[in-house]
Design a protein around this ligand. Structure first.
Ligand code: ATP
Length: 492
């Protein structure tokens, strides 16, 4: 992770937000290459999800909506994470990420240890238990720790759990619900009546516009509404770089189906679609897995939720959630707004509130997965080569254009002509400085799939050397062949 964070900063992918003022926890800025990479991820999803399909309509709804939307959706009362305060250090922790375990020697509890969630929470607790046993000079057999999180702790246990901030017990509070929606005020009056929220998901925009979209576009169910946009969550502990931040971007689809349709078929369809799409932008299938939420943990209206998980360097974590939400959301808005959400199905000759399947994914989480899986350090001819093996579809720069030498005007002119021409259609980069090998290496590090060198042979036969980033093999191609290659492999 450190190498990826360092590369992101060094090469202009991602910067901490407001860095010159010391930054702000949970917010990030995308630099020149990061902005291009992110745009390519968005565009690839948009093209595959909306433009290349007949059954998905586009939407761009506002970030701030009438607050009744969030009352109806349940976010005002229920969009919470359990929060624990440390009264001594004033630090705050998510109760479900703070683990503890009684330390038991020969059946007798000699104390309690705690650790924050990581890939090695259990080992850390075991080590701390051994330390406590040594410190208290207790003889006997230490039993393996049995970690639980703080949402499961009794008041008596809470008084014994050491704070992760101070290492001492007695300062942690009982968990309480913390609403993660950011609040602000709309209009000049700053009182309770003007409170509004920054949306914590884009999904509600699709639900509240369902009627308008269907009435104006003559869509027939099954069909979906898709949107890409910013979402905001006041996460208690933003962490793992851009994985969990407070401002992020979502790409969401609400796919509406008939109440009589086979929801499991569509649920499976969208899980597979999402998985295959991730592979199409270059994520290795072996780093992806599925996690089915246990039935007893689902919300009462939910028929099923499956997450596509990705193996990040800090553990296997949720990348994309696919949920079968029944008719809950539309029914809820129908009830609270008084506006009918009924759809007339001409084929079935009946009216019903459609059911929905929702695939929801974070752009930033995809981008992090992409960087993590593409990053390689290799040895080439005794030298270290850092390379980002980005799929050409999403690579921020598609090709570097290099005149072999700077001091031969006709060669430079030819290279510049090629550069200008390619740049009309693709993001290509012009570089004349340093030995050609150095120029290739700089492109490797930012994931540029091809390096194109204009050399003396080019002046003779109008072909150029095209070097492949991954194999480092070189072939000669004409301008038309290069354009065809980029059009075919490097468009979103
Ligand atoms: P988590 O359990 O990781 O908090 P979630 O289940 O609350 O996620 P959803 O509400 O299902 O997430 O949101 C859909 C998608 O939005 C997630 O799969 C993830 O890709 C993205 N996402 C959610 N929260 C964040 C965040 N704080 N930062 C970045 N992306 C996020």
């Amino acid at each position: 992770m450190e190498q990826i964070v360092a590369l992101s900063k060094r090469r202009g992918f991602i910067f901490p937000s407001s860095e010159i003022y010391g930054g702000i926890n949970g917010f990030f800025d995308y630099g020149p290459l990061g902005a291009e990479l992110k745009k390519n991820i968005r565009d690839s999803w948009w093209n595959d999800m909306v433009r290349r399909r007949d059954d998905v309509a586009a939407l761009e709804s506002s970030i701030i909506m009438n607050r009744r939307v969030w009352e109806a959706s349940g976010h005002v009362s229920g969009f919470t994470d359990p929060l624990v305060d440390c009264k001594e250090s004033k630090q705050r922790f998510r109760a479900d990420q703070l683990f503890f375990a009684p330390v038991v020697v020969d059946g007798k509890t000699i104390g309690v240890v705690s650790a924050l969630e990581s890939e090695r929470t259990e080992e850390e607790l075991q080590e701390k238990a051994e330390q406590l046993k040594r410190k208290n000079a207790v003889q006997g057999n230490l039993e393996p720790v049995e970690p639980r999180d703080m949402t499961e702790a009794t008041p008596e246990e809470i008084s014994q759990i050491p704070s992760p901030a101070t290492g001492k017990p007695g300062s942690l509070t009982e968990p309480r619900n913390f609403n993660m929606m950011f609040e602000t005020h709309a209009g000049a009056l700053r009182d309770e009546s003007s409170v509004v929220y920054l949306r914590p998901e884009t999904a509600q925009g699709m639900f509240v516009n369902f009627k308008s979209v269907i009435d104006t576009g003559r869509y027939k169910i099954p069909f979906g509404i898709a949107q890409i946009g910013k979402a905001f969550r006041n996460e208690i502990t933003p962490r793992n770089f851009i994985f969990r931040s407070r401002e992020f971007e979502q790409m969401e689809l609400q796919y509406f189906i008939s109440e009589d349709d086979d929801w499991e078929k569509w649920f499976r369809y969208w899980i597979d679609w999402s998985h295959d799409w991730l592979v199409s932008i270059g994520l290795p299938a072996e780093l992806l897995s599925e996690y089915d939420h246990p039935k007893e943990k689902l919300a009462f209206y939910s028929k099923g939720t499956t997450d596509i998980m990705f193996k990040y360097p800090f553990g296997v974590q949720e990348l994309w959630g696919i949920a079968a939400r029944g008719d809950y959301d539309l029914t809820q808005h129908q009830k609270e707004s008084g506006v009918s959400m009924l759809y007339f199905d001409e084929a079935a000759k009946k009216r019903y509130v459609p059911h929905v399947i929702e695939p929801s994914v974070g752009v930033d989480r995809i981008l992090l997965a992409v960087l993590c899986s593409a990053y390689r350090e290799e040895e080439v001819d005794g030298e270290k080569r850092t390379v980002l093996k980005l799929h050409p579809r999403i690579a921020p720069v598609k090709a570097g254009i290099f005149p072999l030498v700077k001091n031969k005007p006709e060669l430079v002119e030819m290279a510049e002509n090629l550069y200008r021409k390619l740049k009309q259609r693709h993001n290509v980069f012009w570089d004349t400085s340093g030995a050609i090998g150095r120029r290739y290496r700089r492109m490797d590090e930012i994931g540029t799939p091809w390096g194109i060198t204009v050399d003396f042979d080019s002046l003779e036969n109008n072909t150029f050397t095209v070097r492949d980033r991954d194999t480092m093999e070189q072939v000669r191609m004409t301008e038309d062949e290069i354009l065809a290659l980029l059009d075919e492999q490097a468009t979103c």
